[in-house]
Design a binder for this molecule. Sequence first.
Ligand SMILES: Nc1ncnc2c1ncn2[C@@H]1O[C@H](COP(=O)(O)OP(=O)(O)OP(=O)(O)O)[C@@H](O)[C@H]1O
Ligand SMILES: [Mg+2]
Length: 273
Amino acid sequence: MSDTAIHVASVTKRFSGRVILDRIDLKVERGETLVILGGSGSGKSTLLRLMMGNIRPDEGDILVHPPGQEPPKSLRSLTPVELDDYRKSIGVLFQSGALFNSMTVADNVALPLREHTDLPDETIEIMVKIKLELVGLREHADKMPAMLSGGMKKRAGLARALSLDPRALFYDEPSAGLDPVTSAEIDQLIIDLNKQLGVTSVVVTHEMDSAFRIADRMVLLDRGKFIVSGTPDEMRNSTDPLVRQFVHGLTEGPLTDRRRGGAYEVDLLGSDI
Ligand SMILES: Nc1ncnc2c1ncn2[C@@H]1O[C@H](COP(=O)(O)OP(=O)(O)OP(=O)(O)O)[C@@H](O)[C@H]1O
Ligand SMILES: [Mg+2]
């Protein structure tokens, strides 16, 4: 059995003729936490959506394992039922947590189970409790989302993402908008879930502290191009100027040189130059 959960093979994606991702090659290994790094607009969320099967590549291919299937299959070749099965086998946590405000926390978590399974209500109730326990929200099941703090909303979103026992979890900027302590707590939860449940996790972030805490491996994108992948130590010790600037948050380096080359940015930077 292959250890690769998702294989992005030379994928190019364009929007309105503009190349957003340029021949990206990437393997996500089973059980690992892979962090996708990159500046704003570098194509991170687009890459995530491609891996989730929400959008299709213009060129190249994405190989996944729909439940029960071996060897891997191209996302392109899946039947609608297989694609649906694949989507049900992954959990997704978006920036906002994307909870339904008119439902309690418990009902939000129960929703995918009610929609996608025929389980009886009593079983669903037990499963919801288990998921809420996993994210530390057992006591808050009956609250409405508006009563929750930002960190609790993320936890609730995560419990919902876990509701169908996914094999892979995708996170897009999980700590965006959170204070540093809450952000570190969410990171710890990501690590714990990865260990406890053995899920494969793909996390998009541009917060380096967070990336170093959770990653088994990191990849760096820049303007739609794959720059490098490596372990946190390899990234920390990289001598590549672009990687160094990004990872260490340096003010001098190719990223800023490039900005200074652009008229708009030169204007913005003004006396900085
Ligand atoms: N549906 C779409 N239609 C047209 N352009 C899009 C679409 N989705 C993304 N883009 C463009 O693709 C580029 C990459 O977007 P993407 O959201 O993947 O970047 P990102 O790395 O996630 O950025 P951020 O860190 O700001 O979230 C951006 O220039 C964006 O405007
Ligand atoms: Mg994004």
